[in-house]
Design a protein around this ligand. Structure first.
Ligand SMILES: Cc1cc2nc3c(=O)[nH]c(=O)nc-3n(C[C@H](O)[C@H](O)[C@H](O)COP(=O)(O)O)c2cc1C
Length: 336
């Protein structure tokens, strides 16, 4: 109920400043027990997927909690899973600011952050120290300074570093803000990389004493042929699931003056693209391969549409800025 008021204040601040203020406030409120007192939580309706028990069908998409400082707070707000990151092997600053832009009329954002994060050694202990029941996924990527031909080494380092603490791992090959990253989605590039990662997981599993699903996160800008290639590849090599989608490089009409900012577009304008991507994947993959749908979900109706398109779980990010934390509860209830 209070969110429209809070949003007015937050939207007066520069977007990244508003974001870090929100994260630090959530963190403090959770640490002193205030968050669990005031947040009424979301409906618990457990779902078993990829061998994991998700408390509900709604999660927080990667990029919101890049450094894993708010897993417990987001869980207290009702998220059934929290995907942290993107985490890279070494810390990095990301692109120069300003690099996040609000498009309020379209309920959208454009960002070109470029994976600013504290690096896996700083982040891993925070994932290990989480207390709440939410499932925690770790989204991994490559450092900007790593040449594309050595990308697999960065993903392998992150897999090894985060495997003991993560519930699942997401291979991010779809951020538009790291030079050349999206080219790793081509089957010829992706196949050897995924095989290397799955081999490494097999080597790690006996010591881990748990299963560790590995998913790949894809862009909403792939052609139908590319999506079919992806859908044929993932089960064939033994991947556990797919997350669709990341932000789009396309610019639907009517976005206004900030539309020509470089970066990935998220929020309402990406929803139709994400839905179409999930639907194409589901038709090609059949009923049982796990799909997490993300992109422009800002209401219960959007989340239901994503379920109908074929997603088992959904994730949200931009919708939270425009609708507030109540969106988590609303979506969780709609998807029971
Ligand atoms: C500011 C911002 C930063 C993001 N950073 C990441 C990231 O580091 N890794 C990633 O896989 N996706 C990242 N994303 C993409 C989201 O996880 C999500 O896939 C996309 O925004 C579509 O969902 P939405 O419309 O609900 O925001 C980011 C999105 C935004 C808005």
């Amino acid at each position: 109920m209070l969110y429209p008021l809070l949003k007015n204040l937050l939207f007066r601040l520069e977007p990244e400043r508003a974001h870090s203020l929100t994260l630090s406030s959530l963190q403090r409120m959770e640490q002193c027990g205030l968050l669990s007192m005031i947040a009424s939580g979301a409906k618990v309706a457990p779902v078993k997927l990829m061998g994991l028990q998700f408390p509900n069908r709604v999660g927080i998409a990667a990029g919101l909690d890049k450094n894993a400082v708010c897993i417990d707070a987001l869980s207290a707000l009702g998220a059934g899973h929290v995907e942290i990151g993107t985490v890279t092997p070494r810390p990095q600053a990301g692109n120069p600011a300003p690099r996040v832009f609000r498009l309020p009329q379209s309920q959208a954002l454009i960002n070109r952050m470029g994976f600013p994060n504290e690096g896996m050694e700083a982040i891993a202990p925070r994932v290990a120290a989480r207390k709440h029941r939410a499932i925690c996924g770790v989204n991994i990527g490559k450092n900007a300074s790593t040449p594309l031909e050595n990308a697999t080494q960065d993903y392998l380092s992150c897999l090894r570093g985060m495997a003991p603490y993560a519930d699942y791992i997401t291979i991010n090959v779809s951020s538009p803000n790291t030079l050349g990253l999206r080219s790793l989605q081509a089957v010829a590039q992706l196949r050897p990389m995924l095989v290397a990662l799955l081999d490494e997981r097999a080597r790690l599993l006996p010591a881990l004493g748990k299963s560790l699903p590995i998913l790949v996160k894809i862009a909403p800008d792939l052609t139908t042929d590319e999506l079919h290639g992806m859908a044929d590849l993932l089960p064939e090599v033994g991947m556990d699931g797919v997350i669709a989608t990341n932000t789009t490089l396309s610019r639907p009409a009517g976005l206004g003056s900030l539309a020509d900012q470089a970066g990935g577009l998220s929020g309402r304008p990406v929803h139709a693209l994400s839905l179409a991507t999930v639907s194409t994947l589901r038709q090609r993959l059949g009923q049982s391969f796990p799909i997490i749908g993300v992109g422009g979900i800002s209401s219960a109706a959007d989340a239901l549409a994503m379920r109908q398109a074929g997603a088992d779980l959904v994730q949200i990010y931009t919708g939270l800025l425009y609708r507030g934390p109540g969106l988590i509860r609303e979506v969780a209830a709609a998807l029971t």
